[in-house]
Design a protein around this ligand. Structure first.
Ligand code: IPE
Ligand code: IPE
Ligand code: MG
Length: 246
């Protein structure tokens, strides 16, 4: 993981890419048109993160609850993921991006799973920027999975119950080995987490913008990073303690 980034630049950014449907509706187009338009924003944000020296970017592309959408929208999203994987992976690989999918991947059909796996294998040697795509992901699922692993370790006699603590459980969550989540961005004007990265967001700085995802660009990301750089992260301490570093 490259460590060179300017002070005030978040090491790890997560984005709830929201607002595609409303963007399309405003143009009297189907929701899938908005999802498709969102690809440009994904590209812009990846490029901007590389320029800024961000180490990891985690994008919420499909939540565990998004299966409840109309079938044709879910189908259109799956097609879009397939096409995006076919078209974009080589270019991302050329830029030194490492791609990873996080979430319950078993729910996807075989062709999509194969492509996800192939793109992860293809890019696993890259270290310019790690891009995690969260698909069929839910923050509660992530915590439950970690709890199950802990229970298994106890059942196998590898761990005692009193050895389960925050850092141990953290090791079994998604994104465990990455720098802590510094900046959590949500586009589209809603002020909620929608079950994204609940565990990891404990001390992330939250940034909400009304900009709809297809309109989000490099300037928008820079504004979010500038806002982040002005925050005082106190982690429960006082401002004076932080200022004097005691
Ligand atoms: C986010 O945009 C993309 C996904 C959830 C896949 P939406 O589709 O939720 O767009 P809005 O919120 O309806 O505008
Ligand atoms: C969250 O957006 C999921 C993604 C952006 C992938 P939603 O649009 O599904 O969230 P809610 O339903 O408004 O909470
Ligand atoms: Mg939405």
């Amino acid at each position: 993981m490259p460590g060179a980034q300017a002070a005030g630049v978040p090491r790890h950014i997560a984005i709830v890419m929201d607002g595609n449907g409303r963007w399309a509706k405003a143009r009297h187009r189907p929701r899938s048109f908005g999802h498709n338009a969102g690809r440009k924003a994904v590209r812009a944000v990846i490029e901007a993160c590389m320029r800024e020296g961000v180490q990891a970017l985690t994008l919420f592309a499909f939540s565990s609850e998004n299966w409840h959408r109309p079938q044709d929208e879910v189908g259109a999203l799956m097609d879009l993921f397939l096409r995006a994987l076919d078209r974009e992976v080589e270019e991302l690989h050329g830029h030194g991006v490492r791609l990873r999918f996080v979430g319950e991947l078993d729910a996807f059909d075989q062709p999509l799973r194969r492509r996800m796996q192939a793109s992860m294998t293809r890019t696993e040697g890259n270290d310019k920027l790690l891009v995690n795509i969260a698909v069929n992901y839910g923050g509660r699922w992530d915590i439950v999975r970690a709890a199950r692993r802990a229970a298994e370790a106890v059942a196998n006699g590898e761990l005692r119950v009193d050895q389960i603590d925050e850092s141990r459980l953290d090791q079994w969550t998604s994104l465990a080995e990455l720098p802590p989540l510094d900046l959590f961005i949500r586009t589209g004007g809603e002020y909620r987490l929608s079950n994204f990265l609940l565990w990891q967001a404990a001390y992330a700085e939250l940034y909400f913008t009304d900009t709809l995802w297809p309109d989000f660009d490099e300037a928008c990301l820079r504004r979010a990073i500038e806002d982040y750089a002005r925050r005082e992260r106190r982690y429960g301490r006082t401002g004076e303690q932080v200022a004097t570093n005691v």
